[in-house]
Design a protein around this ligand. Structure first.
Ligand SMILES: [Zn+2]
Length: 225
């Protein structure tokens, strides 16, 4: 079984990972797994995993790395059993988030014998721009959609794709964003160190002043490198 490209998309909150994966969704050559969206949806539906995740978040404790890797591995195994998957690029949005997740996931890929090309695409953005974007960010409340909009460019407060209402993300408060940013910087340093020691390629895209379509083009150009 051969899979062409497996991409881990890394970047702080509000760096455009959601925008980018939404553009990829419209392109049939991509399969996307968004850890954040998956967790929010599992909680809403109330699956076993969802209830477990909810318990962790209610206790304000982190979801264990092995649980996350199990969830992703299950998703991945289901995907690669499908037709034509070897012609697609699989994108993990916001995963692996920690060095332990990265280690466990690479072990998993090696174990199942998939011939893969694993590469990281890392979005670089200034802290100021993250905070600016966080304040103007609105999310489609339809859990099957979850498109992110910027208030500044919005004509009306409903989703252009599915028509659902747009809401502020519950975790987009100033303190929350600052906290998530700090955590991201800490954990991503360790993840990048791990990749460097494992000879995994990391491609960087500076996104602070990049428009979403330019980001998409830039992203695609990194895939063929
Ligand atoms: Zn929508």
């Amino acid at each position: 079984m051969a899979v062409n490209n497996i991409i881990s998309l890394m970047g702080p909150p509000c760096s455009g990972k959601g925008t980018l994966t939404n553009l990829c969704k419209k392109d049939r050559t991509f399969e996307i797994f968004s850890a954040g969206n998956f967790c929010r949806k599992s909680i809403e539906i109330g699956t076993d995993i969802g209830n477990l995740i909810l318990k962790y978040s209610q206790n304000k404790s982190l979801i264990p790395d092995d649980l996350i890797v199990d969830v992703v591995s299950d998703w991945f195994l289901a995907k690669i059993s499908k037709k034509n998957i070897e012609t697609k690029t699989i994108i993990f949005d916001g995963f692996p988030r920690t060095a332990k997740q990265a280690t466990l996931f690479l072990d998993f890929l090696n174990k199942i014998g998939v011939n893969f090309n694993f590469k990281i695409i890392y979005l670089i953005i200034s802290d100021e721009e993250v905070l600016k974007r966080a304040f103007s960010r609105l999310l489609c409340q339809n859990k099957d959609c979850q498109i992110v909009y910027s208030e500044n460019f919005l004509k009306n407060k409903s989703c252009e794709v599915c028509g659902s209402d747009l809401i502020k993300r519950a975790d987009d408060s100033f303190e929350n964003i600052k906290n998530r940013l700090k955590k991201f910087i800490e954990s991503s340093k360790k993840v990048l160190n791990f990749y460097a020691s494992s000879n995994i390629r990391v491609e960087k895209i500076e996104v602070t002043n990049l428009k979403s379509l330019d980001l998409f083009e830039n992203f695609k150009s990194k895939l063929i490198l």
